[in-house]
Design a protein around this ligand. Structure first.
Ligand SMILES: C[S@@+](CC[C@H](N)C(=O)[O-])C[C@H]1O[C@@H](n2cnc3c(N)ncnc32)[C@H](O)[C@@H]1O
Length: 193
């Protein structure tokens, strides 16, 4: 990899480049994500690579407030359309985001199909920002395809393992590890079990 893919070009060519809305694999994966969340409701959630916003919308049904963003302005627009009427604010921003200066401390952080698209330094900074921003009792749900996208920096398994390891090193605890038919899911909460 010489640099990050042009995700906006993907969305300009196809408004759902991974068929997130249509494929049963993606629909079922979202259902497993929702079933894996440890609380019935969350005061706030952060989805910093929301794509088309399908998972964002499903998560929003369990949240009072969701902040979502994406590096692609086209994806951010599509997500805003998809989440219309829900308590979701969508922006165009790329990870790593700066440390919080707005008081937003999400109770739930969603990292879905994005970690392997981040370069080494961006992944490290993203973990640091999640750790810095998230609420004292926060929960991170991470889900990735158990493959190696040709346009990614590392495999889903490699990224998922790195993310969990880095959070555990910062005092978080893995609560759920799920290996499914084609994807991996972990739920990690801040603090000891
Ligand atoms: C495979 S899509 C997943 C979208 C969504 N999370 C989902 O699961 O449906 C990957 C998304 O990550 C976004 N992305 C890639 N690098 C990013 C970055 N540095 N910051 C924010 N979003 C990024 C892309 O624009 C794309 O929308």
């Amino acid at each position: 990899m010489s640099g990050p893919p042009d995700f906006d070009a993907y969305y300009r060519a196809d408004p759902d480049p991974w068929d997130v809305g249509g494929s049963f694999f993606e629909q079922r994966k979202r259902a497993v994500v929702l079933a894996s969340l440890r609380q019935a409701r969350y005061t706030s959630a952060w989805d910093p690579a929301c794509g088309t916003g399908h998972l964002t919308a499903d998560v929003a049904a369990r949240c009072d407030r969701v902040l979502a963003s994406d590096a692609s302005p086209t994806a951010a627009r599509l997500a805003a359309e998809h989440c219309a009427g829900l308590p979701v604010e969508v922006g165009h921003r790329a990870l790593p985001l700066p440390p919080a200066d707005d008081g937003f401390a999400p109770a739930l952080v969603v990292l879905s199909e994005v970690f392997y698209y981040l370069a080494d330094e961006v992944r490290a900074a993203t973990v640091a920002v999640v750790d810095q921003r998230a609420a004292p009792d926060a929960e991170v749900v991470a889900v990735h395809w158990d493959g190696a996208p040709s346009d990614a920096w590392l495999s889903g398994r490699g990224g998922q393992t790195e993310l969990v390891t880095q959070l555990v090193a910062r005092g978080w605890t893995r609560r759920v590890h799920h290996e499914d038919d084609g994807f991996l899911l972990d739920v990690v909460t801040r603090g000891a079990a």
